[in-house]
Design a protein around this ligand. Structure first.
Ligand code: ATP
Ligand code: MG
Length: 137
């Protein structure tokens, strides 16, 4: 049994895509075991994306992630990290496969609607960044 962190990014919330994304998670049997809405400060976004701090898009990315409310969720299931990343589609929406969330909704390489952890270690860090044990089913 594995867990991963999912975020509906501020562009997805602003554009009214919470329901669409949650529907795709449910239709693909990705079980939600925790969920809340929050608005990250710039500093909180920098802490979350600290692995990317040397990348040229770090300032822009953390401005974007702190620009409005986001939905954070914990998904749980067998092989859920890979299964959810497959459902998200490629980082660059132009390369995202048919049937993926980013193919359906993303409009920009940065404003790409959703986030998903990429490995068990990052999932553990990211889940604990937003949730206490008491908040996860
Ligand atoms: P995420 O970590 O958000 O799930 P990802 O794992 O597909 O996405 P990463 O390489 O971890 O992609 O990049 C993190 C985020 O940084 C991307 O989702 C996107 O919002 C932004 N990003 C990545 N590459 C670029 C780029 N070349 N230009 C602008 N923003 C980018
Ligand atoms: Mg990533």
């Amino acid at each position: 049994m594995e867990r991963t962190l999912s975020i509906i990014k501020p562009d997805g919330v602003k554009r009214g895509l919470i329901g669409e994304v949650v529907r795709m998670l449910e239709q693909n049997n990705l079980e939600i075991v925790a969920m809340k809405m929050l608005h990250m400060t710039k500093q909180q976004a920098e802490g979350f994306y600290a692995v990317h701090r040397e990348r040229p898009f770090f300032q822009s990315l953390t401005d974007f992630m702190s620009s409005g409310p986001a939905i954070v969720m914990v998904l749980q299931g067998e092989n859920v990290i890979a299964r959810y990343r497959e459902l998200m589609g490629a980082t660059n929406y132009k390369e995202a496969a048919e049937g993926t969330i980013r193919k359906a909704f993303a409009t920009d390489i940065e404003q790409n609607v959703v986030h998903g952890s990429d490995a068990p270690e990052t999932a553990a860090f990211e889940i604990s960044y937003f949730f206490s044990q008491l908040e996860i089913l």
